[in-house]
Design a protein around this ligand. Sequence first.
Ligand SMILES: *Cc1c(COP(=O)(O)O)cnc(C)c1O
Ligand SMILES: [Zn+2]
Length: 442
Amino acid sequence: MAAQTDVSTTADTTNTVTSPDSANPVDLGPAAALSCRECGHRVPLGPVFACEECFGPLEIAYDFSAYETEDLRKRIEAGPANIWRYAPLLPVPADVAEKPNINPGWTKLVQADNLARELGVTPGKLFVKDDSGNPTHSFKDRVVAQAIEAARAFNFTTLSCSSTGNLAGAVGAAAARAGFRSCVFIPHDLEQGKIVMAAVYGGELVGIEGNYDDVNRFCSELIGDPAGEGWGFVNVNLRPYYAEGSKTLAYEICEQLGWRLPDQLVIPIASGSQLTKIDKGLQELIKLGLVEDKPYKIFGAQAEGCSPVSVAYKAGHDVVRPQKPNTIAKSLAIGNPADGPYVLDIARRTGGAVEDVNDEQVVDAIKLLAQTEGIFAETAGGVTVGVAKKLIENGLLDPTLTTVVLNTGDGLKTLDAVASDTGLTATIRPNLDSFREAGLAS
Ligand SMILES: *Cc1c(COP(=O)(O)O)cnc(C)c1O
Ligand SMILES: [Zn+2]
């Protein structure tokens, strides 16, 4: 059976266009064009992100028409143990695995039976997709790896971004390895772990006096100014390419489940890009025939202190009213999420929901995951595990179905979140009497 194409292609559609500042054609593999998510208007591949007709977000349209399902499956299974096994489904050249890249992905899908028992989920049905295992210890390496390939194709020499922390580290590392200059922008008051992890790769790291939304606004200004000329902003002018990296989470989860769709997924929401593209990835696998066509439910997770999508979901609204973030889950603290309305669509269309938990529940969930499965999650993982628990308690998540909860970052990045709750059991003198006095003897 020939795989269905994701987009309608006409005879004169090619996947090579000429970039403005280069005579070399752009080769981004199966990526055929950019297409507006709102009105469908198509433009050639380039470093643009908004539709010239309606200002809607542009996303990658592919030509998958050449793929035959079982050949494609074999090609993927024979690929490297990183995201490039899915190169045929991504906007990257076919020889991407040979380029200098930090090669993220193929992280563990952990069958979480101990956590399942705690949460009342049927044993064998609960999984944690643990993206703390990426090179810079968060899921952001997946999206940056795509953006780097686009930056190469469009001849950018400097990589930049606005970041809540993890992205800055991912850009710094990827730029170092691939030979780009990097200059990234973060809110000045981030956790120390995130600052160190972003600075150590040697790029320029600029703290902005303001929150993430202020940082983002500043970057939009910089893009339109000669001061930012020749810069690839991974989450702004390279956003259509960047965003596709999240699809690899969907591909990996299904392949690791033996090419099966999970029934339910619990996904964190910052801008909402990751959640939106995981849905896109699952839809592609269905259309390509790589998984069975069956329903799945997508649940979005936010922290109460930055819950604009959850609030809109519960109120039945289609628009997301911006909030001023105040939560320990700083990697998710985007008060004005660009993909918020699409997240609402997906949660409602799939029969999922959007829920939030408070900071205390985030800390409890971090400890619960650590103490049941030996996985130390950053606050974003506390949000998803906490929300999964809450959704089971309020009956929205079915504890008998296959459920995947995402942990998108490493707890070492947000030690402060649990520091006041953890510490030494006892301090003793180095002798057995002292040990016995402390009540620790067997
Ligand atoms: C960026 C990030 C996310 C999700 O971000 P989106 O903007 O919604 O794609 C989730 N978890 C962590 C740890 C992150 O850094
Ligand atoms: Zn449009």
